[in-house]
Design a protein. Structure first.
Length: 244
């Protein structure tokens, strides 16, 4: 791949830019608020686990209501009237996919119908190889099925890192190209496996990014949550209006 050759030539510059970006980055906290709950009522329940890194944890917004989990729960509740949405968030800043698996194994398992997995950015920035990353994702999916009762896993696509204002060029181009390769590999991998759904992340405006220039702000989280909800609802055989 051309970006691999470019990385070899520009390695000292890319490393220096990465270090400078980390030093310059505005450090934002994870969103405040509950990381589990339920919304709505009715005779049926949909149990949703959200697993991920800093973006899933709500870095870039103030509260969990504005973050991915909160907005996803509201979108699902609006689309599935008469269904109680029970949810839990397991997310931590800085985790890659392998670390997220270790984090999950430290939690007390519950039974969930489906899981939303938002991971990969830290694998991209750390220089992980795609095959190793997908191996970690396979182990994570196996853990979700074996110990958390998850039947369907919705794999969030990687964000358009080529649009992240924090990253200078050519680092932005390089990480953006790697993120696209990872996302394409994830989509192909999921397509070959039952119960896995790759959900491409909408390519929103750079204005939707948080003040740190890296994480999703409230508008980006809303766009992200709606696309995930649309795919989840479609898998239940229901449209976003709640009609079968």
């Amino acid at each position: 791949m051309i970006e691999d050759w470019v990385a070899l030539v520009l390695a000292p510059l890319l490393i220096a830019q990465g270090r400078a970006a980390r030093r310059a980055a505005l450090v934002l906290s994870e969103a405040a608020g509950p990381r589990a709950g339920r919304q709505g009522g009715g005779n049926t329940a949909l149990r949703v686990l959200v697993l991920g890194d800093s973006a899933a944890a709500g870095v870039g917004v103030t509260t969990q209501d504005e973050a991915l989990a909160g907005q996803l729960v509201r979108a699902l509740h609006a689309a599935l009237p008469g269904t109680m949405i029970e949810w839990r968030l397991v997310a931590r800043t800085g985790v890659n996919t392998r670390a997220a698996l270790a984090m999950l194994r430290q939690e007390s398992p519950e039974r969930f119908d489906l899981a939303v997995v938002a991971l990969g950015v830290n694998d991209v920035t750390a220089g992980a190889r795609i095959a190793r990353w997908l191996g970690a994702m396979a182990a994570l999916v196996a853990e979700l099925r074996a110990n958390w009762g998850v039947r369907e896993v919705f794999l969030s696509g990687l964000p358009p890192m080529r649009r992240f204002p924090l990253l200078p060029q050519p680092l932005r181009w390089y990480l953006g190209a790697r993120a696209r390769r990872f996302d394409a590999a994830l989509a192909a991998w999921a397509q070959e496996r039952e119960g896995l759904h790759h959900v491409a992340l909408p390519d929103g405006s750079p204005a939707m990014i948080a003040p740190d220039g890296f994480h999703p702000g409230p508008a980006a989280c809303a766009l992200w949550a709606r696309e995930l909800a649309r795919n989840i609802v479609a898998a239940q055989g229901v449209s976003m209006t709640g009609k079968t």
